[in-house]
Design a protein around this ligand. Structure first.
Ligand code: KG4
Ligand code: ZN
Length: 347
């Protein structure tokens, strides 16, 4: 079954072709980072307009990359939520129009389910059940995954998402949006031990997160440095390192706690922040000591992309699931509301 996937929930237009027999055939991405950079964050209306411009050319690009004709497509999957409502509506409308024209089914995919399943695109992928840490710009969640659509939220952020905290800390240091990769880059030149930031909520039981205190601590440290003199490049690197270490340590502690609680040994990390090298290294080290394993998507599939939507949609379309033509987009959409996957003919 050949599925076209469209991702337009935020500031990336992602399009991909996934075949349930042959795997990922093609994927193309346009990042709007340059459009939003001067505003220090995503401007929803500009995002929607650019998705309108980019989606169809990217569809043509993936068809050319895969060397196939639109007539070969068996279904269209698109991100139906969560995300920016205008941006979601562009993808949903285009996907439904294409599917209608081609006479094939269309299905709205949950963006975080896309992230969660992205490691399945790799040759070496995890087996169910596992614990997933979803860390993106909008979400920080620990989820028990027993199969597609069988999700139980174990813990989540009570305030900012981890990616959002990276973005805000970066802004305090005068770094461009999105800030995560910039913080990670500066942290490499940081002086270990100059600053130690608090690890939020690690001493409390449970699996929830909170990053707003860490944000305030970062702001105060920046202010203290500024009081002495202008913030130097080395100050920025040292603050970036202390911030990254605190976020990573917190995430590692909670992941280990979640695995212990669920008596599982497999962890999946996904979402934009899972591209962070320190997080990957420290999770791999911590888990290998305990006989566990960590899986993550290829770096290009950590942040938003069409491949994860094509994959998730393909699994559900293959099982016979489809939406009504007038299916709305869901800017807010709890992942636990997703139906479990029931194979065609089963039950
Ligand atoms: O999943 P994603 O592309 O979009 C959302 O669905 O939100 O995640 C984007 C987030 C941004 O907050 C960005 O700063 C963060 O992921 N990010 C990183 C890194 N690369 C991207 N955070 C830390 N380290 C990175 N290397
Ligand atoms: Zn995302």
């Amino acid at each position: 079954m050949l599925i076209l996937g469209l991702e337009t929930s935020c500031d990336e237009t992602g399009v991909a072709l996934y075949d349930t027999e042959r795997g990922l055939l093609a994927d193309a991405l346009f990042s709007q980072v340059d459009i939003h950079v001067e505003y220090g964050g995503v401007v929803p209306e500009l995002a929607s307009r650019d998705h309108i411009r980019k989606t169809l050319p990217l569809v043509e690009e993936v068809l050319a990359q895969a060397g196939c004709d639109a007539a070969a497509i068996d279904g269209v999957a698109y991100t139906a939520g969560p995300g920016l409502v205008g941006a979601l509506m562009v993808g949903a409308t285009l996907a439904r129009a294409l599917a209608w024209g081609w006479g094939v089914p269309a299905l709205g995919v949950h963006h975080m389910e896309g992230h969660l399943l992205a490691p399945m695109l790799e040759d070496e992928h995890p087996e169910y059940p596992f614990v997933a840490l979803l860390v993106s710009g909008g979400h920080t969640q620990l989820v028990r995954v027993d199969g597609i659509g069988q999700y139980r939220i174990l813990g989540e952020s009570l305030d900012d998402a981890a990616g959002e905290a990276f973005d805000k800390a970066a802004k305090m240091l005068g770094l461009p949006y999105p800030g995560g990769p910039h913080i990670a880059r500066l942290a490499r030149q940081g002086t270990p031990g100059r600053f130690t930031f608090p690890r939020p909520m690690v001493n409390r039981p449970g699996l929830d997160f909170s990053f707003s205190g860490l944000k305030t601590y970062t702001l105060n440290t920046v202010a203290d440095c500024r009081e002495a003199r202008e913030l130097s490049e080395q100050d920025k690197c040292d603050i970036a390192l202390a911030f990254e270490e605190a976020v990573v340590a917190t995430l590692v502690i909670k992941c280990r706690r979640a695995l212990r609680q669920e008596a599982l040994d497999t962890l999946v990390i996904a979402g934009g922040v899972s591209a962070n090298h320190k997080l990957r290294e420290q999770l791999a080290t911590a888990l290998s000591r305990e006989g566990g394993r960590v899986f993550y998507p290829a770096p290009r599939f950590c942040t938003d992309n069409g491949a994860m939507i094509a994959y998730a949609g393909a699994q559900r379309l293959q099982a016979g699931q489809l939406d009504e033509v007038a299916a709305p987009v869901r800017p807010r959409w709890p992942m636990e509301e997703l139906p479990p996957l029931v194979a065609v003919g089963a039950g």
